[in-house]
Design a protein around this ligand. Structure first.
Ligand SMILES: Nc1ncnc2c1ncn2[C@@H]1O[C@H](COP(=O)(O)OP(=O)(O)OP(=O)(O)O)[C@@H](O)[C@H]1O
Length: 345
């Protein structure tokens, strides 16, 4: 387990003190893929770097499997660091060395036997799909291939934790997806805990189980990915989530409603989980209440192996009838809220 206990960090900047982190408390359990998301300058990288002692807090403690990183001797820290791999946005490879040499480096430094290194590197080359590139140089590889080398190098010491600092941020969308798939495999097949700093909500959506949202050095929202995505509490979280799970109606639909709608109506946003809720619920609303419903928006998203559905309905009828529908929907265990057309209403 990784535990941040009341972490604060103040840097001495050129123009005075910079409060990079403020009273951060987080627990990351073994086996999780934990996403830390936030805008630039939120404090994500500073927090991540404390796990392997690249940065130290000004206040608070960082515990890795019960060991306090802050009060540790150099040799103690070296021992812990061997159990933690790290990958970066810029890959940080040695361009003058082959792929094989780059991956071998941590073991060469540790004085490992040559035959052991060869066997381990061959296995990892196969795992990341680069067996045929072993004797090439980083400059001869694509961005995605370079990141695979970085990943293999991070895994070569058999770590139990992998830290990822914006590892997919410099990659095109397809390559990002394939690197995320690889990280998921590493977590599943090797049981490695992954802590992933990113500003890409897609990366969190695709592979994380838990997420912390950071703003101005503070964790402003935290929890299971499914919970946070299905019911975001903070504006910045809503903005992030909306880009991958849209939950608003488009301007053209708004215009259409305004032009066509007569009489009383409400627009309701329904959020549901599970595969069967959608069809049955609309059927029930239509037959039970004899109201006119119109679907304005619908999405179904897979999150951490669970389904989140969002449906925006226009319901025409008297205020009392609509209130009954809302009550019925909530009784069915579906989140329901009234929404306004944001554009011109
Ligand atoms: N070595 C340093 N000296 C002074 N200030 C620093 C230093 N490192 C980081 N900071 C400041 O601390 C704050 C948090 O930086 P950090 O890099 O942790 O944020 P981040 O969320 O990872 O941002 P980004 O996504 O841009 O990397 C920023 O205001 C940054 O300018």
């Amino acid at each position: 387990m990784i535990e941040f206990q009341n972490i604060s960090k103040v840097y001495q900047g050129k123009n005075g003190e910079v409060q990079a982190l403020e009273h951060v408390n987080l627990k990351i359990m073994d086996g999780e893929i934990y996403g830390i998301i936030g805008l630039s300058g939120a404090g994500k990288s500073t927090l991540l770097s404390m796990i392997n002692g690249l940065e130290y807090p000004s206040e608070g403690a960082v515990l890795v499997n019960g060991n306090n990183i802050c009060g540790m001797s150099f040799s103690g820290l070296q021992k812990i660091r061997r159990t933690i791999g790290m990958i970066f946005q810029e890959f940080n490879l040695l361009n003058s060395r082959t792929v094989r040499h780059n991956i071998s480096l941590p073991l060469i430094i540790a004085g490992e036997d040559k035959a052991v290194i060869r066997e381990r590197v061959d296995k990892l080359l196969q795992f990341v799909g680069l067996t045929d590139k072993a004797e090439q140089f980083p400059d001869q590889l694509s961005g995605g291939q370079k990141q695979r080398v970085g990943i293999a190098r991070a895994l070569v010491t058999n770590p139990s934790i992998l830290l990822s600092d914006e590892a997919t941020s410099a990659l095109d969308p397809d390559t990002m997806e394939s690197i995320l798939d690889l990280l998921k495999r590493i977590n599943k097949e090797m049981g490695i805990t992954i802590v992933m700093v990113t500003h890409q909500i897609r990366a969190v959506q695709k592979i994380c189980n838990k997420v912390a949202v950071m703003q101005s050095g503070k964790v402003i929202e935290e929890g299971e990915v499914f919970q946070v995505f299905s019911n975001p509490q903070q504006e910045i979280t809503r903005d992030f989530v909306r880009t991958v799970v849209p939950d608003v109606i488009t301007p053209s639909v708004c215009r259409q409603i305004r032009m066509e709608s007569k009489g009383n109506y409400e627009i309701l946003r329904l959020k549901f989980t599970g595969n069967n809720a959608l069809g049955d619920l609309i059927y029930q609303i239509n037959t039970k209440f004899l109201l006119k419903t119109r679907i304005l928006h619908a999405t179904v998203t897979e999150l951490d192996e669970q389904t989140l559905g969002i449906l925006i309905l226009q319901i025409s009828g008297s205020p009392e009838q609509i209130a009954e529908v809302e009550e019925y929907v909530r009784d069915c265990g579906v989140q329901c809220e009234e929404v306004k057309c944001q554009y011109g209403f």
